[in-house]
Design a protein around this ligand. Structure first.
Ligand code: CAA
Length: 262
């Protein structure tokens, strides 16, 4: 499949491999326009449906993961244009319906919609060059792809308010201290470290990977008691899988498990 604004690739070895999507509008620092978001959604859905893919990676260029929604495209829109066409909801949120893990590998700018896109992924691995921010306030708007909701959940109210109200950028070290990213690595190692994490995920049992993602996401979407109840049912359900029998038998018999992803 060939795309205009993204490049897709399959990486890794073993029965389950890694679907990699590279955002590619270099002249616009990967500004997120409709074509790019439609293509990203289509590529992730295709990888999600592919039985040979176990995990996905979304990345950008060395200079920019994405510098935000495409300001040039938005500049002439009025309220009815965005409201009636359900801007953002109509295509940006496809990524939230992807059931396999998606890792964001972020180098350079992740601003506005770029930061929000990274936060829609399951976790973020950052290059030491990464810069995060929600500068929408400078444009007379506010974050519109979840930034006012996911950022406080990730880094707390104080820092989120600071970022959203001042529009300042946060470097990779601060982002890691604040809990926005899971790891910071030298820029040259960003892709290899991210692919190694994705490969590790591919080697675990598919049902437990999918249920783990679903259960952690519940932590953001309801009260603790319901999250715990959901986790407990997923945990119970995994005892119905072949991979649980295999994983525990392998441990007891001191051998490497051979998961069948069922
Ligand atoms: N949309 C469209 N084009 C963009 C863009 C964006 N978000 N960000 C950068 N570009 C373009 C620039 O216009 C420039 O194009 P030209 O060469 O044709 O002039 C090119 O990318 C390179 O950018 P700069 O020359 O500005 O590069 P720089 O290194 O000097 O600065 C930057 C980099 C700090 C990221 C700066 O480009 C910038 O501030 N970009 C805008 C960031 C922003 O405001 N993002 C939020 C967008 S709104 C949003 O995302 C809404 C939402 O929540 C969904």
């Amino acid at each position: 499949m060939s795309y205009e604004c993204i490049v897709t690739d399959v990486q890794g070895s073993g029965p389950l491999r890694i679907g990699v999507v590279t955002l590619s509008r270099p002249k616009q620092l990967n500004a997120l326009n409709d074509t790019l978001m439609n293509e990203l959604g289509a590529a992730l859905k295709a990888f999600d449906a592919d039985e040979t893919i176990g995990c996905m990676v979304v990345t950008g260029s060395e200079k920019a993961f994405a510098a935000g929604a495409d300001i040039g495209a938005m500049a002439g829109w009025n309220f009815m244009d965005v409201y009636k066409s359900d801007y953002i909801t109509r295509n940006w949120e496809t990524i939230r319906s992807v059931r396999k893990p998606v890792i964001a590998a972020v180098s350079g700018f992740a601003l506005g919609g770029g930061c929000e896109l990274a936060m829609m992924c399951d976790f973020i691995i950052a290059a030491d060059s990464a810069k995060f921010g929600q500068p929408e306030i400078k444009l007379g708007i506010i974050p519109g792809a979840g930034g006012t909701q996911r950022l406080p959940r990730a880094i707390g109210k104080a820092k989120a308010m600071d970022m959203v109200l001042t529009g300042r950028m946060m470097d990779a070290a601060e982002a890691e201290r604040a809990g926005l990213v899971s790891r910071v690595v030298p820029a040259a190692e960003l892709l290899s470290v991210t692919l190694a994490a994705a490969q590790a995920i591919c080697e675990f049992g598919g049902p437990s990977v999918m249920m783990a993602k679903e259960a952690v996401n519940r932590a953001y979407e309801g009260p603790l008691s319901e999250g715990i109840q959901f986790e407990r049912r997923m945990f119970h359900a995994l005892f119905a899988t072949e991979d649980q029998k295999e994983g525990m038998d392998a441990f007891v018999n001191k051998r490497k498990p051979a998961f069948k992803h069922r």
